[in-house]
Write a protein that binds this ligand. Structure first.
Ligand code: GLN
Length: 494
């Protein structure tokens, strides 16, 4: 039986643990040995069997004492931008090599309190900057569906680990698509909640007005279970966290479709800008087929307009680097992080420490960000971008007068080959076209496995909701997953 533990999702594992059919120590051991066996995928940056097994033992004791909570004893792994006391935290950067935080991120702490066991830390693009996970300072991550291809980024380690059955669930962060895009390219489910739904305390900051944590797993049900534990106000430590009560996102999800037309009355808006010439035929085909399934479930499809979609790329790639240049100024070689071994004077120490510690993409963004914020350019770039950001958010509100949920592709193509775009940063930026606008607006969005495209690679359907509508998104995705099995498809040979 234990050979197939990695085929089970979070809800199924939790049920077996609660019924004492298996122990958390057994489950944890099973995943740890798979992580070791699949090291070549590059998904993990750190594991510590003693720490994980001690947590599993503690969970088993809670189960033995009669405690029954939805996640008790189930393992997961964390993207390496969440700080953890028990594991190193690098944010995929040499700048933080061997860094150990004295505290846990709020999201990490909440999942631990719910009884989840940490399997380790997951590889990612350096400081979460990237779309292919090729910007990790340590190693690239391979896509388990085809190891010559990227898994998406920046939460590529999280996505690859779940797709390969190395963890049933993981945390991710999404600044401009980093949960949705890797979920799409590896055939798993992920949700970026409304900005502020999860605390950013203890998340290594990239672009603070955009960064948001969220769960990644095989199914919408599993994501709902995780989000219920992760979300909630944390105002003392993150003033931008939403002061709204935590919802039990799994409560509304029934395991059986209660009616033949469970999505009756749901209006799904299709922005014409998401279905244009920039999207590959195979992706459009899979997305259209998924939308036809939603129609069968009772939803109606309506055309909507998001005219500024194309501008989301330049707007995002001005605002995100601007915030990054400010956030990353803390890495100066003085307080923590890398310090150059040899230098002459303070300025030289700053310069050498930063040029040794940061990789090329991070350096590029610090330079762009510093430029657009500098006197004389601020009005022309940063301020202009902020104004368009507002217009993009307003366009979404107009669209939501015509529909309840917006749908389209997550990524314009399936996963590309490792190395194919690595010398062309702009090619990577363009791949973010369908995820950036909702991030700029702060809206919740998710990726749901919708089919297979070119080369047999997974295609994700994006669902974007209005503010605070995570429950509606998860419920809609859940109905689709009751009717289809794309989320259960697995890569061969792993
Ligand atoms: N690809 C985008 C970037 O490089 C988004 C990354 C993210 O969401 N963290 O900035």
């Amino acid at each position: 039986m234990s050979a197939n533990l990695h085929d089970l999702g979070v809800a199924q594992l939790a049920a077996k643990l609660a019924a004492k059919e298996i122990s958390s120590v057994e489950v944890t051991q099973h995943f740890l040995s798979r992580i070791k066996a699949q090291d070549a995928l590059g998904a993990f940056l750190a594991t510590d069997n003693d720490v994980s097994l001690a947590q599993a033992k503690a969970a088993d004791a809670r189960i033995a004492a009669g405690e029954r909570t939805p996640l008790l004893g189930v393992p997961l792994a964390h993207k390496d931008v969440f700080v953890t006391r028990d594991f190193p935290t690098t944010a995929g950067s040499k700048m933080l090599e061997n860094y150990r935080s004295p505290f846990d991120a709020t999201v990490v702490g909440r999942l631990a309190a719910s009884g989840m066991v940490t399997l380790g830390k997951l590889n990612c693009d350096e400081f979460a900057m990237g779309s292919g996970n090729e910007n990790s300072a340590y190693k690239p991550v391979q896509n388990p569906w085809d190891v010559t291809r990227i898994p998406g980024g920046s939460s590529g380690g999280s996505a690859a680990a779940i797709a390969a059955g190395l963890a049933p669930a993981a945390t991710g962060t999404d600044t401009g698509g980093s949960i949705r895009q890797p979920a799409s390219l590896t055939g798993i489910t992920g949700i970026k909640p409304t900005y502020g739904r999860c605390s950013r305390y203890g998340m290594v900051a990239y672009a603070s007005s955009l960064d948001q944590a969220g769960p990644m797993a095989r199914s919408a049900l599993d994501c709902a279970l995780l989000l219920s534990a992760m979300a909630g106000p944390d105002l003392d430590r993150d003033s931008t966290s939403l002061d709204l009560p935590v919802t039990d996102y799994a409560a509304g999800l029934t395991t059986n479709a209660s009616s033949a037309i469970p999505l009756k009355g749901l209006r799904i808006g299709l922005p014409k800008q998401f279905f244009g010439a920039g999207c590959a035929e195979d992706v459009i085909k899979a997305v259209r087929a998924a939308l036809a399934e939603f129609e069968k479930l009772g939803a109606t499809l309506v055309d909507v307009d998001l005219p500024l979609t194309e501008l989301s790329i330049p707007v995002y790639y001005v605002i995100a680097p601007a915030e990054a240049s400010s956030n990353l100024s803390r890495f100066d070689g003085v307080r923590y992080g890398h310090r150059a071994a040899n230098y002459s004077g303070l300025t030289d120490m700053y310069k050498k420490s930063r040029s040794e510690g940061f990789g090329d993409e991070v350096t590029r963004r610090i330079m762009i960000g510093t430029y657009v914020l500098s006197h004389g350019y601020y009005d022309a770039y940063y301020l202009k971008a902020q104004k368009i950001r507002r217009l993009i958010a307003e366009d979404f509100q107009k669209a939501f007068t015509q529909c309840d949920i917006i749908a389209g592709p997550v990524s314009p193509t399936v996963a590309w080959k490792i190395g194919e775009n690595s010398s062309d940063p702009v090619a990577n930026y363009l791949a973010d076209i369908y995820t950036l606008s909702s991030s700029l607006a702060g809206l919740p969005g998710m990726s749901v496995p919708a089919g297979l495209g070119a080369h047999g690679m997974p295609v994700g359907l994006q669902l974007i909701g209005n503010y605070f509508k995570e429950a509606q998104l998860l419920g809609t995705a859940h109905q689709f997953q009751l009717a289809t099995d794309w989320h259960q498809r697995k890569p061969q040979g792993i």
